[in-house]
Write a protein that binds this ligand. Structure first.
Ligand code: 3SL
Length: 249
């Protein structure tokens, strides 16, 4: 039987889309989910995503290493945010560690999906591996873009469209919603030069103003990673490729 793949553009629209989906892919290309994939691939053992800075501080006070970003900048009192490049540069120091992470939009989206059986993390960086894994699961797939403060954003839409395109092309999925059809067309217009296409994106401009161009370039690099982060008991860990999409214990 054919399965559904649909795209929800922002956490604000999530209540309208979530019924019938127990497998959710959360995306925040610039930069939270790209950073999560990168951190786990480069040796961080676990990431505990939390929605608020207050929660991150509470973990920090208990002795955990905590990372916090708001509006693109590291929050005062933390020395790590969500720069994927920083997770590569600090890989030695972070190897085997647990990091508590809060970001403006990405961890909020993870938080609202956490009651689902399976939550995995997507980015352009792990696009191919993730799409193939999703095709193999034989389940309905909802792709949730983190957006920017509950609004639509272009980079998450392109990545969501790329995943949906791969699933639809497999012949095992169908899509009903116009959000999914539109994202697929946007991805197809952008795929040959995503960097140029996204020049117009508001968040890219915001990050460039903050001098984060290296992060932007990195986040728009498809398929340089093979890690799929999965939420297990409140922590994001590396998916073991034999795992099937079964309920979180
Ligand atoms: O919105 C988020 O979660 C962040 O990734 C935003 S930023 O890229 O750090 O500005």
């Amino acid at each position: 039987m054919l399965k559904h793949v649909e795209i929800c553009y922002s956490p604000a629209e999530y209540p309208l889309y979530q019924e019938g989906f127990e497998l959710v892919v959360v995306i925040d290309v610039l930069r939270a989910t790209s950073a999560i994939c990168t951190a786990l691939e480069n040796g961080v053992e676990k990431i505990i995503p939390v929605a608020t800075v207050e929660e991150a501080r509470a973990w920090q006070e208990k002795g955990y290493l905590a990372a916090a970003e708001r509006n693109g900048e590291i929050v005062e009192g933390f020395d790590l945010g969500n720069s994927p490049v920083a997770y590569i540069e600090r890989a030695e120091e972070l190897r085997g560690r647990t990091v508590v992470l809060t970001t403006t939009n990405g961890t909020k989206a993870i938080d609202i999906a956490r009651d689902k059986n399976t939550v995995v993390i997507g980015s352009l960086n792990n696009l191919e591996t993730l799409s193939q894994w999703l095709i193999d699961q034989n389940q309905n797939v909802l792709i949730l873009g983190s957006g920017w403060k509950d609004k639509f954003n272009l980079e998450d839409t392109i990545c969501a469209g790329a995943i949906a395109d791969a699933l639809l092309e497999s012949g095992k999925f169908i899509a009903d919603e116009d959000s999914t059809v539109a994202a697929k067309f946007i991805y197809r217009s952008a795929r040959d030069n995503m960097f140029a296409f996204l020049k117009a994106s508001s968040h890219r401009r915001r990050l460039i103003r903050l001098n984060l161009n290296a992060d932007v370039k990195y986040c728009l690099t498809p398929n340089n990673l093979t890690t799929i982060p999965i939420l297990r008991n409140g922590s994001l860990v590396k998916l073991n490729h034999e795992m099937v999409a079964i309920a979180q214990e």
